[in-house]
Design a protein around this ligand. Structure first.
Ligand code: DSN
Length: 417
């Protein structure tokens, strides 16, 4: 990477040094933040392309400015690839990221004050699914469903009960910290019973859906939103897929209602990422992400850790540190000192505060991209366990860090470093 950053080095040494520092960090640590990944060199190069210089308000064939010969072809290519990958009727590739995509989805489907029903943040949902400090909780009448206290899985009967009681305009499924398969057909059934639009936010799992490692929401949902940089392994951005019936409303919601000019460099990089995801080896990648998560779950359980829901079906696990007598935050800090980066996370019915929660969320998308497999997952669990057990012992954590550093050298990042 740094090789083609020569101009940055010349013009702005400070930023160059920070880029270099971050490159090293990403190379020298085991990255387990469930929403992160490593984009390929091709995706990174397209992100840095001259498309960043162009304005293109509107859509292909209908723009407000001239000079769109390449732009129109690019956006159409990205849309066609997304349609082919996910089997969607209609795709908008302009959302700046996942939160704007959800804003645009609500704008297209709801009026201010309408009722929306989504998964609560404390149970694993996202801020934009109706949480009170977010626009979605402020401008809509947001009602939340949670998980069953015993199984810690989404309780479809509770969803049904709340849907019948509140008659939402939008019934939203999808999560940021839920380790189990989402039953999209069941959500569709409930939405139909109450006349709601069914929306799936597949941000976390879109790469698994693309690779066939998680059931797809596309046939069931009116609208599907996603980020493009998590398991899908593209640039940081957003995407909305929908049935033809909603195409006009979604496109108008993105532009001119909520956004201005699209970020064409990101759309170029997304087109590249989609072409990568259409290749057969992406299916292997998606299956490996899930296999690695299962291997980690097993290894944690062998060491006496409690996993929320007792395991995983997707790319993430949620550890409950309560039985280990340590909070999620000090545990995650000890892990980071040992070179293993994850995030502290609330668990369902958490007795601790959101900024000092009981859990740690762990994802396998990034380590799988580096070519690590089940035996490496066991080694990572071993280091994580040692780090948690030795929280506060700087010398012990530094010793683990040295082992992790050496280990990382054996698994190159997918770009020239
Ligand atoms: N921040 C993302 C995550 O970590 O899940 C969601 O937007």
């Amino acid at each position: 990477m740094a090789d083609w950053m020569n101009a940055v080095r010349e013009v702005d040494g400070e930023v160059f040094d920070l880029i270099r520092q971050e490159e090293k960090r990403q190379h020298k640590t085991i990255r387990l933040i469930a929403s992160e990944n490593y984009a390929s060199q091709a995706v990174l190069e397209a992100t840095a392309s001259v498309f960043t210089n162009k304005y293109a308000e509107g859509y292909a064939g209908k723009r407000y400015y001239l000079g769109q010969e390449a732009v129109d072809k690019l956006e159409t290519l990205a849309i066609d690839r997304a349609k082919a990958l996910f089997g969607a009727d209609h795709v908008n590739v302009q959302p700046y990221s996942g939160s704007p995509a959800n804003l645009e989805m609500y704008y297209a489907l709801c009026d201010l004050g309408d009722t929306i029903l989504g998964m609560g943040l404390p149970s694993g949902g996202h801020l934009t699914h109706g949480w009170k400090v977010n626009f979605s909780g402020r401008y809509y009448n947001a009602v939340s469903y949670g998980v069953d206290p015993d199984s810690e899985r989404i309780d479809m009967e509770e969803v049904r009960k709340l849907a019948h009681e509140h008659k939402p305009k939008v019934l939203l499924c999808g999560a940021s910290a839920y380790p189990r398969t989402i039953d999209f057909a069941a959500f569709r059934e409930i939405a139909d019973e109450v006349g709601a639009y069914m929306v799936a936010d597949m941000a976390h799992i879109s790469g698994l859906v693309a690779g066939g490692a998680h059931p797809t929401p596309i046939p069931h949902a009116d609208v599907v939103t996603s980020t493009t940089h998590k398991t899908l392994r593209g640039p940081r951005g957003g995407i909305i897929l929908c049935k033809d019936d909603h195409a006009k409303a979604i496109d108008r919601a993105v532009f001119p209602a909520c956004q201005g000019g699209p970020h064409l460099n990101i759309i170029a990089a997304l087109a590249v990422a989609l072409s990568e995801a259409l290749k057969p080896d992406f299916k292997t990648y998606a299956a490996d992400v899930v296999e690695n998560a299962k291997a980690m779950a097993e290894a944690f359980q062998e060491r006496g850790y409690r996993l929320v829901t007792g395991g995983t079906d997707n790319h993430l696990l949620l550890l409950d540190l309560t039985p280990k007598d340590i909070g999620g935050k000090p545990a995650a800090e000890a892990m980071e000192a040992a070179g293993i980066v994850a995030n502290a996370n609330s668990i369902p019915f958490d007795k601790r505060k959101p900024f000092d929660p009981s859990g740690v969320r762990i994802g396998t998308a990034a380590v799988t991209t580096r070519g690590m497999g089940p035996s490496e997952m066991k080694a990572i669990v071993d280091w994580t366990d040692r780090a948690v057990e030795n929280a506060g012992d700087d010398a012990a954590l530094a010793a683990i860090r040295a082992e992790v550093d050496e280990f990382c050298n054996g698994f190159p990042v997918p770009y020239t470093f």
